[in-house]
Ligand binder design. Sequence first.
Ligand SMILES: [Zn+2]
Length: 240
Amino acid sequence: MQIVGYEPVPDPALLVADAGAVERVPLTAGTRLSYALGERHCAGVVQDDRHDACPNATAPYCSVHADRWHEGMIADREGEHAVYLAGFAPATFKVGVTRSGRVETRLREQGADRGAHILTVPDGAVAREVESDIGETVGERVRVATKRRGLHREVDDDAWATLVADHDVIASYRFDYGFALEEQPVPETLASGTIRGVQGRLLVVETAGTAYAVDLRDLVGYEVDPDGDPPARQSSLGAF
Ligand SMILES: [Zn+2]
């Protein structure tokens, strides 16, 4: 049994393959996950709900399967594109582009707390140019670790308002991922505990009163034992 992928919000899920069949395991707040992580290797290919395994050691994808992964992400440069600003608590901002009509989805996929659609352009190439112009001052990337460190914080309203004031806002967004944390979650790679929620690629699980933030991409490729049910950390420490 192997974790071979994940689906982002609004209906986050882990994709778990067992002997070629793929099961979608919803990451619903309040439910428990109890996978013990084993060895990690390439997640192979999922197509039409079937999984082709790959024994290559590189995870989440080996060079053969990484190409397929990137194909989907860079395709679709034609047609109208939108340029947007994204805000992550407390005050980390970026500019991004996506296909027109996909701004809200894209912001949610990234786990943004705020968003503003600021421009619509004829195609992806123009969008990239605008992105890189604005990116010189705003930035184009926010690391997952940076998002994680702000997960328990609120957005700095003044800083966001100042940024947005420099642009013509077509639509603005404010997201609530349905959970609030009292303190910064502990970074960890595990698939067990009570699910608090998912924000972008970050899954928050709680064990014994401690909240852990897991980058879902870091789970892809792990062989799992579905009945592992180990308390966070303890089993991995015991295993070594
Ligand atoms: Zn592979």
